[in-house]
Write a protein that binds this ligand. Structure first.
Ligand code: PEP
Ligand code: MN
Length: 295
């Protein structure tokens, strides 16, 4: 018996006609839309690696991490200027000043920038400074924010709500698409499950990656940093995500020489570990291309 209001994957053509494969037969069963961010291609022929601090704290800290991210060979810079924190008494980010620092770090390193907008009132400002607007897990179902981000004229990185089903996640993406913006990249970042919190921050739902790819043509990436919350798990989780078909990674990086990060220190890796991950992503991709040529 179907309970009123309950939705399942079979409802996708009704809930997201713009984004589900059934609605866009030109993408076929496996084709991906390439989402381009200043020349970086999500869903192209190689995984995209994004690295950077959890929060933009200062120019010195951001520049130092950004240089490490570039030297590691990553493609893009992340960093929160506006931070969603559990407590209002915790560091809330550096706001507009943080956005300016990110734009300077882009100029310094050449890396395109993704950063979060938490509120409709921040969207225009974030779009002015950043190359891609991030919608965080806590805001995945903030429908006015999704619509505003969809209208901002920049690609959107849509993180999965920590307790959202696949249908709810794709339904959220549809709000962005409905504004005429199909430049959306999905990001699995760990979900709440019975084991989460005991030995890791969340539970990395690797199983959702092939499901996303089966149901939509949008590219999907993984955030192993928030999903695990444990620095030593970030590299193995990154490898596993790529094995499951993730088309990229977004990873928190710190330069501990600049001091302890003010948020999420336990999950931050150094640039040397990021370099291993980038190398793995590139090598794996080369073997994929090789495999296709042989086949
Ligand atoms: C982040 O990436 O900075 C972040 C806050 O992540 P999430 O929204 O997935 O918790
Ligand atoms: Mn963080």
């Amino acid at each position: 018996m179907k309970i009123a209001g309950q939705v399942s994957l079979s409802d996708l053509p009704r809930i997201c006609p713009l984004l589900c494969r059934a609605g866009r037969p030109e993408y076929g069963e496996a084709g991906t839309r390439v989402v381009e961010v200043r020349g970086v291609r999500f869903g192209g022929d190689r995984p995209v690696v994004i690295g950077g601090p959890c929060a933009v704290e200062s120019q010195e800290q951001t520049f130092s991490v950004a240089r490490g991210v570039r030297s590691a060979g990553a493609d893009m810079l992340r960093g929160g200027a506006y931070k969603p924190r559990t407590s209002p008494h915790d560091f809330q980010g550096t706001g507009l000043e943080g956005l300016r620092i990110l734009a300077e770090a882009r100029q310094e390193t050449g890396l395109p920038v993704v950063t979060e907008a938490m509120d409709t009132r921040q969207v225009e400002q974030v779009a002015e400074f950043a190359d891609m607007i991030q919608i965080g897990s806590r805001n995945m179902q903030n429908y006015p924010l999704l619509a505003e981000a969809g209208r901002a004229g920049k690609p959107v990185l849509l993180k999965r709500g920590m307790a959202a089903s696949l249908v709810e996640w794709l339904g959220a993406a549809e709000y962005i698409a409905e504004q005429g913006n199909l430049d959306i990249v999905l990001c699995e970042r760990g979900i709440k499950a019975f084991a989460g919190g005991e030995y890791s921050r969340y539970v990395l739902d690797l199983n959702v990656i092939p499901a996303v790819r089966a149901h939509t043509f949008l590219p999907v990436i993984v955030d192993p940093s928030h999903a695990t919350g444990v620095a030593t798990m970030v590299e193995p989780a990154s490898r596993a995500a790529l094995e499951f078909g993730s088309q990229g990674l977004i990873i928190e990086v710190a330069d501990f020489a600049c001091g302890q990060p003010r948020c999420d220190a336990a999950q931050a890796i150094g640039p040397e570990t990021l370099e291993h991950i980038v190398r793995f992503a590139r090598e794996r991709m080369e073997s994929c291309i090789e495999g296709e040529r042989v086949a």
